[in-house]
Design a protein around this ligand. Structure first.
Ligand SMILES: N[C@@H](CCC(=O)N[C@@H](CS)C(=O)NCC(=O)O)C(=O)O
Length: 219
């Protein structure tokens, strides 16, 4: 069945699904939907209007975590949820932590005001961005650093959706000019390097960089 992904490529949730589609080697079409001013027909696929959404033939799915689970269940292949129920629960927790605890600060508190706000006619409060960077984000990153420990991935040697979900937030920070401090968060910093070296990620980043350059007037 034909798979279509809807959304804009700089959304961390859209990126999460693009990486998963590549990891699972699922061919798909990509239809651009902006996070603001979505067309009316899109609400039939994504009832809250949010991106990403995905269709697989007649099936309509919204929410990156729902889509991630569906891709794993429907296509099989190497598990991105670890190899036992405890691992799977840990992956889901870390995915939720990245999507609901880190994202409000990394993506909506730093990336959006720095990179997107001006292009959609909104003003950006750099003082608020600095508070986010100095006060809100560090304890969240400290927790993730402790969870990672000295291991390459959150599940140890096994790459998982947890690495993708956390990495997607770190990529939005990097797009906003905030590569995380490798002396304070060495584990997360090297996880990000390992993640961006995977072909599922390195293949999608050039288009993202070009778009960030365009939005920030560097092109
Ligand atoms: N939990 C959702 C969050 C999706 C989300 O918040 N996407 C943002 C863009 S990064 C969006 O669509 N915002 C527009 C809106 O909320 O109307 C997911 O994982 O897909």
């Amino acid at each position: 069945m034909a798979v279509t992904l809807y959304g804009a490529i700089l959304s961390p949730y859209v990126r999460k699904v693009r990486i998963l589609l590549a990891e699972h080697q699922i061919p798909y079409q990509h239809q651009f939907i902006p996070p603001r001013g979505q067309p009316d027909w899109y609400y039939d696929i994504s009832p809250l209007g949010r991106i990403p959404a995905l269709t697989d033939g007649d099936l309509k799915l919204a929410d990156s975590a729902v889509i991630a689970q569906y891709l794993q269940d429907s296509r099989g292949g190497p598990s991105l949820y670890g190899s036992n129920p405890a691992d799977a629960a840990r992956v889901r927790w870390l995915e939720k932590y990245a999507d609901y605890e880190v994202a409000p600060h990394s993506t909506f508190g730093v990336f959006f005001p720095r990179i997107v706000a001006r292009s959609v006619g909104e003003s950006a409060d750099e003082a608020q961005v600095q508070r986010t960077l100095n006060e809100h984000l560090p304890p969240l990153l400290d927790y993730l650093e402790r969870e990672l420990g000295n291991r390459p991935w959150f599940l140890g040697q096994q790459f998982s959706l947890a690495d993708i979900a956390v990495g997607c937030q770190l990529i939005n920070l990097a797009h906003a000019g905030e590569l995380i401090d490798e002396y304070r968060w060495p584990g997360l910093s090297s996880l990000l390097s390992r993640l961006t070296a995977r072909s599922s990620v390195s293949s999608i980043l050039p288009a993202e960089h070009a778009l960030v350059a365009k939005l920030t007037g560097r092109l």
